[in-house]
Design a protein around this ligand. Structure first.
Ligand SMILES: C[S@@+](CC[C@H](N)C(=O)[O-])C[C@H]1O[C@@H](n2cnc3c(N)ncnc32)[C@H](O)[C@@H]1O
Length: 265
């Protein structure tokens, strides 16, 4: 079969060190988008890589030492040590790192008053499943985590049992695949701004399609580089556009680094 220009683009990106773990479906989608703009091959590869950097690689800090991290978690002698290891690992992802100072408050505040939680969907999860020890969960919770990094999802699949969780992590480009599980709570933490960088309708589609009676939707209130004036107002406006006309009960929570909406439906 003849290799198309798009096949060549996917191969070029999927063999690069920085992007080879990313779901090929997403690479293909971004490549198709860039080629359809009439860009030259080299420029399309560069533009697709730039986009992958902005929506995913930019959050990774330092080397992701999965085997070493697993050993740390496996060898943790008690709950305090396990939690300390989880926090140290989460510091390698910019998104969970900026949540660390508010973690003690975050889930206890957001989960307060909800019916018992037996299952969680975590969409575009990054390393957030490692925050489970802060969630105050009972036993036998099923945790379904989704993101685009193949090695990260393999790591999380080995990590969930160490945290006393059932469920699994799956590689999925949320622009194209739809999680099938139903859960008591869905986490869309800082997910929508990322997906909307590729597809403007992705946020609305995800909110409408996610199978959970409670959905936590969050937005950053500062850019990775520091505080940005107007970011909270911008996302606030955008969120209310997304939920306009939906009969959902909405609670709003403002943390130092994150604006969160809790939807009940
Ligand atoms: C801002 S981070 C949020 C991570 C996590 N939810 C948290 O709040 O800690 C965005 C995450 O979205 C993931 N991501 C980007 N595009 C995606 C896509 N199309 N499908 C699934 N995940 C995606 C990235 O890999 C990254 O982990």
């Amino acid at each position: 079969m003849q290799q198309t220009e798009l096949d060549r683009l996917v191969a070029a990106i999927s063999t690069s060190n920085k992007y080879r773990q990313i779901a090929p479906d997403l690479v293909r989608r971004l490549g198709a988008q860039e080629l359809s703009k009439g860009r030259k091959f080299k420029d399309a590869v560069k533009a697709a890589k730039n986009k992958l950097h902005q929506i995913a690689a930019v959050y990774h800090e330092g080397a992701f030492a999965y085997e070493r991290w697993l050993a740390q978690l496996q060898q943790a002698p008690d709950r305090a040590a396990l939690q300390a290891s989880c926090a140290a690992i989460m510091a390698h992802h910019a998104s969970t790192r900026e949540r660390l100072p508010i973690l003690d408050l975050f889930y206890t505040t957001l989960f307060a008053g909800l019916p018992p939680i037996h299952s969680i969907l975590d969409l575009a999860c990054g390393l957030n499943p490692l925050a489970a020890p802060w969630m105050g969960l009972a036993g036998n919770v099923r945790y379904y985590a989704y993101d685009i990094y193949q090695d990260q999802m393999a790591f999380l699949n080995r990590t969930l049992p160490l945290l006393g969780l059932q469920g699994r992590a799956r590689v999925c480009d949320l622009l194209q695949c739809r999680p099938t599980e139903t859960a008591d709570v869905a986490l869309l933490l800082k997910t929508i701004p990322c997906l909307e960088q590729v597809d403007k309708e992705a946020g609305r589609r995800l909110l409408d399609g996610v199978n959970a009676p409670v959905v936590l939707v969050s937005f950053p209130v500062q850019s990775l580089g520091g505080r940005e004036k107007g970011m909270m107002e911008h996302y606030e406006r955008h969120f209310y556009e997304l939920v306009a006309g939906r009969p959902w009960q909405i609670d709003r929570f403002v943390f130092n680094t994150e604006l969160v909406y809790r939807l009940r439906r």
